[in-house]
Design a protein around this ligand. Sequence first.
Ligand code: ATP
Ligand code: MG
Length: 557
Amino acid sequence: MTDAPESPRTHFIRQIAEADLASGKHDRIVTRFPPEPNGYLHIGHAKSIVLNFGLAESLGGVCNLRFDDTNPHKESPEFVTAIQNDVRWLGFDWGERLYFASDYFEQLYGFAIELIEKGLAYVCDLSAAEIRAYRGTLTEPGRNSPWRERSVAENLDLFKRMRAGEFPDGARTLRAKIDMASPNINLRDPVLYRIKHGVVHHQTGTAWCLYPTYDYTHPISDALEGVTHSLCTLEFEDHRPLYDWVLAHVSVPSRPRQIEFSRLNLEYTVMSKRRLTELVSEGHVDGWDDPRLPTLAGLRRRGYTPVAIRTFCERIGITKSDNRVEMAMLENAIREHLDAHAPRRLAVLNPLRVVLTNYPKGQTEYVELANHPKDPTLGTRLLPFGREVYIDRSDFEETPPKGFKRLVPGGEVRLRGAYVIRCDEVIKNADGEPVELRCWVDLDTLGKDPEGRKVKGVIQWVAVEHAVSAEVRLYDRLFKVPMPGAGGSDYRADLNPQSKRVVTGARLEPSLRDARPGERFQFEREGYFVVDPDSTPERPVFNLTVGLRDTWGKGQS
Ligand code: ATP
Ligand code: MG
């Protein structure tokens, strides 16, 4: 994988946009990414971002970032800032084209007046529960509201007084007058405006006590911005007739086209904002940027690169069929990227001291190791080697299973980039656990095979005297099962209790002392790791991004 995202693939939406350019229907493609600022962005949003920004970019068009902020209760400036950071981090630029649906509140109000004047909207005094009861079901038509035939003059008067704050929450709504018998429930006189007192909107403060609904706001916002293709997820397919109805009846400057695609569902995680909010607020994870979350902030902290995420989004493609993508696909994308670009380092997560009995006391020599096996431009580094080194506890077995190629009593192994050693003696603690190995080092084996013997195993090591102590956070999938909460059970019961393990006594090669937050490495034979923002030179902290191979579910994750 190169250091740029894979080039965009074609799909049905791209074909529509290209045809619209070719036919002259549009001179320029305008899309938008419309997040509601009520949470952090997740990998599903990345699919939408890559589609909207990527499509516009590749066809010479533009993409707007528009905050869909019509529901002030759960929205906040913290989310507005985080969302902008995440879109920028993915590598997309909205230039001057940053909008808020709340920027259009005055215009939206004006279009509502227009609908009332055309006899296409009315003030309804039914309560929310009554509206629901009157709406009917999929099999039964709805009933007309008793307030449906109010005069234009009365509707105008009441709507203006709704805005002026004369009525309490829930007392009245503005509804479109469409068709209570429509087979499409979205067309049964949908609510356009609700009264909400006492909320402070993050953009408009207390200027309004009247808030437009999403279905009313979205098409008009698209039209005001000159959006040509309004791309949304499949659950809005049934809303499209309403989208088109709104645009057909108000004097907007353009007629965008809504096109739906299937949302991204990913195994072993949850993506709805409600659940993500619960995981964060109930303390199941350590904040919105917890490296186990599918949020972009979490994936960044986990060590994911924008290139890998964009490549993943290109590979999953854009279709209309709902499916669930394997987590391995996301993990493969980052693994491929890091395999090509991450410098290699030696790290011992579970140290076991080895004393090389025939190596001179007090001597340090330096061995040279390549930073990357395939990319010489990444150069080499010098590692100090001495009489005492750490190896990983798992690389030594007193009673080795069949096929074990690492260190055993009386056996030999190569220390990566350095010498071949042989284990002569095992020193144990009171529990019979090995705490130190006494080994013989074959000083003739630096960079060459030993005389007349084959040594298959190669293990990582770190010189005791120069080792850097670090904390290493080993992350795993947040859920134990591919579809958390499937069958109506509580998704929390499917949380993986082993999703975070903290190793406090890891020993790293000295070059890692100066690694800065966000730097990524392959710890040889262990996996890919990133420096956590909590890291300091005194106390480096690394997060596991992904293992070297896809071993998940094969008993050795
Ligand atoms: P909720 O989780 O409450 O359903 P949402 O995911 O719809 O919220 P928005 O902020 O409204 O959140 O989403 C912004 C845009 O991202 C929308 O156009 C939406 O369709 C798209 N989007 C959200 N989730 C996904 C997903 N899983 N796959 C693809 N696109 C998504
Ligand atoms: Mg939404």
